[in-house]
Each structure stands twice: as structure tokens, then as C-alpha cells.
Design a protein around this ligand. Structure first.
Ligand SMILES: [Cu+2]
Length: 570
């Protein structure tokens, strides 16, 4: 309802006045959520840069131990800077990849994506969210394959999919607390699923799953009126995404249910499925905290495999469809080392503690280690024997070997491919040398400056200076720090592939080659790429010679190193 109020405001003054009024009267969490979604979508709030959520609601991003220290600092009026550590201990193998699921930037990415594409969105608010269902598949698919690459970097097996009739292998102790309402519940290892009162029975989830798998096998979805919607085409994935999430775009919620949303709640409530202990909702029930729990990735592996069933049912691309006139990729190489490291990142906890006018604020912050990578650039040499042409360049990488040291087949590899970049260029006749920097990746976003910096720059802008904040207008994307998986000491080997395809055929809007700021996940207006997400690796590849013989396709081996470097800031 609060979002409704904001989105229907007709001018800036009304919008801001309503925000100020309801800030005093609404539940804090609801207020922040409604305001953020409204700022992202309202035409009135275009160009507004939202402060990083980990500084607005720090409770959802750091440990209760750190939050307690913050309260003590405030009470005793002693400034403090506290170390946040990841939740487990070395006895838990999952701890080796906690830097991924518990990263404040990753958590922000996940919640921001869900704010760009709310499952409850209705087009009557203002506009249609183009390819929302497909985007739902793709953003979570990328999290799934990226997490597996992090696991390989740390000598862990890939994630197994969740199974309703088998125990939830990993437990989770969140060490996280609500600002109001107590600790997030914990779950021991190997819990068996139980029905959740008032939410769903496990057998209902199994039934809904089998209806979805049936639709995939049939190649069509049955809508509310009983009409068939064909999904055996490149737009099928979009309808399936709407159904599986499910969103208001689902053509038949009554029949296909809301597998993903219900699963999050059912999994999140396994600590108190019958509400006997009045425990608050689990971490899986908030977008900010969900990726902290390793079972998030089990749940999404399960969804991802349903999507795979559909993608694999579509006819593979032929060489004819994939080739691009007279264009060939001559050489692909990397400038610099693909190397990752850890660094301490500090952010303010001032909003974690309550504020009163009589009590002075003191500086309270936390720092946490986080993954980053050294700068590098892709070098791509392209030969164009035809006339000047617009081209789409798509760069992916997949681990060369699986957890048993066995080489991935092309077909397994392409499904595990991490999308590193996608951009449009104008190719001249003859040779073209393209240098694309890691910082330019369209799938990533830079870190939003701190609240304090945003205040300063805004003040300066009011005084006439350029705010210099336009890079941060959209925070929807993977943090650029996470562009590369961690890798390891010996270098984790990846297959890096570059597909150069016909830009004129791919582009859904004009002038893409001029736009280097194109936001990969952006929801406003028409999605700029006509091709399905993951193209041309989104469909099964029964014969890899189709790709290996394709002139406009480059394929090299690279290694990602991590030498244990950690840059401390204190
Ligand atoms: Cu999600």
C-alpha cells in the first residue's frame, strides 16, 4: 500500500512529503522496502542514487555480535570499529565459501535485483517489466554457476540440488538478528522437511513441481482459460520464469502455484514449522539475507535444473544460425593476470543503533574481508571481410575441470558458463582490435559510495559542483569485485569463450554501440538484446564441432590465481 502511494504521486514534492510523513509512522523495514522499490521505478525519482542498503539496515548484513558491540559503543559514547567475521568455523567446509554468500555486495545485488523485478509487480503501476520471468531464471542461474566456481576454487564439490523428500544436508546458524523481533532462527544439519502450517504441505510442492515438469515435457503451458501457450521457442523461458517464481505475470497461479516463493518460506521455516516457538521468519525469507544460508544455493540448483529441462528440450542452434557473415575471431588474449585477493571493507553502523536527539552520535563502523580482483582487459582481434557492421560481443568462462579433475564436455561447460561481459561494437572492414577493460563489464556494477560520501557530494552539487554520482544510478548487477571467481594458488583453469554475432539482428534498440553504460539487468523500457540470456550457449550442444568450427567464435584456456593476498585497512 505504501508503494502504491509513492508510485501514484504526481510530483516530486508530493512524493518527498509522503516519504517524510510515512517514515515516522510505518514499520521501518516496510518503509525502506517500499521507498527503495518506488525510487527505482518512479519516473519522478529518475537519477536518484540510493544509499547502500548495508548502511541503511545493517542488522540484515552483519553479525549479531557486531551489532551488540555497536550498541555498547553508542551507550558508552565510545567510537568503535569492529571486525565482522563470517558466520561459521573452520570445522564447517561451507565456511570456505561464506565470503560469497555473506558478502554485503552480493546481498545487495540479490535484494536490488528483486526490487527491480518485484514478483508482485502489476503493469498498471506504470510500465511492463520486459522479460522479467527470463531475467529471474538468468540472475539466479548466474548465482548458481558462480557459486559452483567458487566451490571449485576452494576444493569443494558443486552444490547438490534440494530434494523435498531427502534431508536438508546443511544446517545454518545465521548469527544475525532482527532490529526488532529477536534472532534469526538456526537450523541443524540433516533436518527432514516438514509441512509448514499456514504455508504449504510438502506434497503440494511436489505436485506443483510435477505440473511444471509436465508443461515442459508437453512444450506448452495451460493458462487460466485452458488455452495453450507454446513454450517451444526462445520466449518460452520467460513464461516459465513467471510461473516458477511465481510473479503476477504467471498465466495460471491457480494451477502452477508459486514454487520458488513458497519454497523460500517452507525452507526458511524449518526451524519452527508449526509455529510452536513463535520464531521470526528465517534468513531465506528476506532478499537481503537469503544467500547467507548454503541451502539457498541448493534450492536454486533445484529450480535451475527445472529450467535446464526446458532449455534442453529446444532444438540446438545450427552453424547456419550462429555464423556472422564474413566475420571471424582471430585471437583472444588477456592483458594482465587474472588474479583475485581479499581486502578489508569498512562501512558505517550508525543506523544500526537507535537515535535520540539528546544523545550525540559517535563513529561506529565495521570492516569485513571481501573478494576483489586486479584490473585486466580482454584483447580481441576480429577480422571483417565484409562491410562495416554492428557486432555483439559475448564473453563467458567455465571451469575446465570438474571437482573430480575430469574435463567438462562442451555441453556441460556451456551450462556452467559464467557470463563475464556483453557489449556492442562497430566493426570496420578489415582488422579490428578490441580492448575491453574488466571495469567496463556490463554484468557488473561498481560499489555505491557510503552514505556519508553521498551526503557530501549532494551538498557539493547543491553548491553547483558536479555530483559525480551518475555511475551509481543503478545498483542492479553483480559487484564488479566479483567478476572473477576466487581461483586458487596453482591457478584454476577456465575455458574462456568469445562469441561475436550480428549486432543488427541482436539489437532490440538503436545506438547500442555508443552506449557503454548499458545495464545488463535494467528493467526500464525494452531490454536491449533480442537474444535469450546466455545466447549462444543457452541451448544444448550435442555436437561441439558446431562451435569449434565457427569462425566468429574464439576459445582459449586461462587460469585464475589467488595467492592468499589480504589487504588490511586498519
Ligand atoms: Cu532471488
Amino acid at each position: 500500500m505504501l508503494f502504491d502511494v509513492f508510485i501514484h504521486c504526481k510530483d516530486w514534492d508530493t512524493f518527498v512529503s509522503n516519504a517524510a510523513y510515512f517514515r515516522q509512522r510505518m514499520n521501518e523495514g516496510e518503509f525502506v522496502y517500499a521507498l527503495y522499490v518506488a525510487v527505482i521505478h518512479s519516473p519522478l525519482a529518475e537519477h536518484v542514487v540510493l544509499p547502500p542498503l548495508y548502511e541503511v539496515t545493517p542488522h540484515l548484513f552483519t553479525n549479531s555480535e557486531v551489532i551488540e558491540a555497536a550498541y555498547r559503543a553508542k551507550q558508552t559514547q565510545t567510537p568503535g570499529k569492529f571486525m565482522s567475521s563470517f558466520t561459521g568455523t573452520k570445522k564447517n567446509p561451507e565456511q570456505r565459501v561464506a565470503y560469497f554468500g555473506e558478502d554485503v555486495g552480493m546481498n545487495t545485488h540479490h535484494v536490488t535485483w528483486h526490487m527491480e523485478f518485484p514478483f508482485w509487480w502489476q503493469d498498471t503501476y506504470s510500465h511492463h517489466l520486459d522479460r522479467k520471468g527470463e531475467n529471474f531464471f538468468w540472475v539466479h542461474h548466474q548465482l548458481t554457476v558462480r557459486f559452483d566456481a567458487e566451490r571449485l576454487s576452494n576444493y569443494l564439490d558443486p552444490v547438490d540440488e534440494l530434494h523435498w523428500e531427502k534431508p536438508i544436508v546443511q544446517g545454518f546458524a545465521p548469527h544475525t538478528t532482527y532490529k526488532y523481533g529477536g534472532q534469526f532462527p538456526s537450523r541443524p544439519d540433516n533436518v527432514e522437511f516438514e509441512d509448514v502450517d499456514g504455508v504449504a504441505r510438502i506434497r503440494d510442492l511436489l505436485i506443483v513441481e510435477s505440473r511444471i515438469r509436465d508443461a515442459i515435457a508437453h512444450g506448452y503451458i495451460v493458462d487460466r482459460e485452458g488455452k495453450h501457450i507454446d513454450i517451444m521457442n526462445e520466449r518460452g523461458i520467460d513464461v516459465l520464469g513467471d510461473i516458477i517464481e511465481s510473479s503476477m505475470y504467471s498465466p495460471n497461479v491457480q494451477y502452477y502455484g508459486a514454487l520458488h516463493n513458497t519454497a523460500h518460506i517452507v525452507l526458511g521455516r524449518q526451524a519452527d514449522p508449526h509455529g510452536k516457538y513463535a520464531l521470526p521468519p528465517g534468513v531465506l525469507e528476506h532478499f537481503e539475507t537469503a544467500t547467507r544460508d548454503p541451502s539457498f544455493f541448493r534450492l536454486h540448483k533445484y529450480m535451475d535444473n527445472i529450467f535446464k529441462e526446458h532449455k534442453d528440450s529446444l532444438p540446438p542452434y545450427t552453424a547456419e544460425e550462429l555464423k556472422f557473415n564474413e566475420v571471424s575471431v582471430e585471437k583472444v588474449s588477456i592483458d594482465g593476470q587474472l588474479e583475485t585477493f581479499f581486502e578489508d571493507f569498512e562501512y558505517s553502523l550508525i543506523n544500526a543503533v537507535d537515535d535520540t536527539e539528546e544523545v550525540e552520535d559517535v563513529e561506529i563502523s565495521t570492516y569485513v574481508p571481501r573478494l576483489n580482483h586486479k584490473d585486466f582487459a580482454f584483447n580481441i582481434d576480429i577480422n571483417n571481410n565484409g562491410a562495416e557492421a554492428l557486432a555483439t560481443v559475448r564473453i563467458f568462462a567455465w571451469p575446465h575441470l570438474d571437482n573430480n579433475g575430469i574435463k567438462f564436455s562442451f555441453d556441460e561447460g556451456r551450462w556452467n558458463a559464467i557470463e563475464l561481459d556483453k557489449f556492442w561494437v562497430k566493426l570496420n572492414s578489415g582488422t579490428n582490435h578490441i580492448v575491453r577493460k574488466s571495469s567496463e563489464s556490463a554484468v557488473t556494477v561498481p560499489d555505491v559510495p557510503s552514505f556519508a560520501t553521498l551526503f557530501e557530494k549532494t551538498k557539493a552539487a547543491l553548491g553547483g559542483a558536479d555530483s559525480g554520482l551518475s555511475d551509481f544510478e543503478s545498483a542492479t548487477g553483480i559487484p564488479n569485485r566479483f567478476l572473477l571467481p576466487k581461483g586458487n594458488e596453482q591457478g584454476l583453469e577456465f575455458d574462456l569463450v568469445v562469441a561475436v554475432t550480428d549486432g543488427a539482428a541482436d539489437a532490440a534498440v538503436d545506438g547500442l554501440h555508443d552506449n557503454t553504460e548499458f545495464n545488463h539487468y535494467g528493467a526500464h523500457g525494452k531490454y536491449p538484446d533480442n537474444r535469450p540470456h546466455g545466447y549462444p550457449l543457452d541451448r544444448s550442444v550435442p555436437d561441439e564441432r558446431v562451435f569449434e568450427d565457427l569462425p566468429n567464435f574464439g576459445h582459449i584456456q586461462v587460469k585464475v590465481f589467488n595467492h592468499g593476498e589480504h589487504i588490511h585497512n586498519n
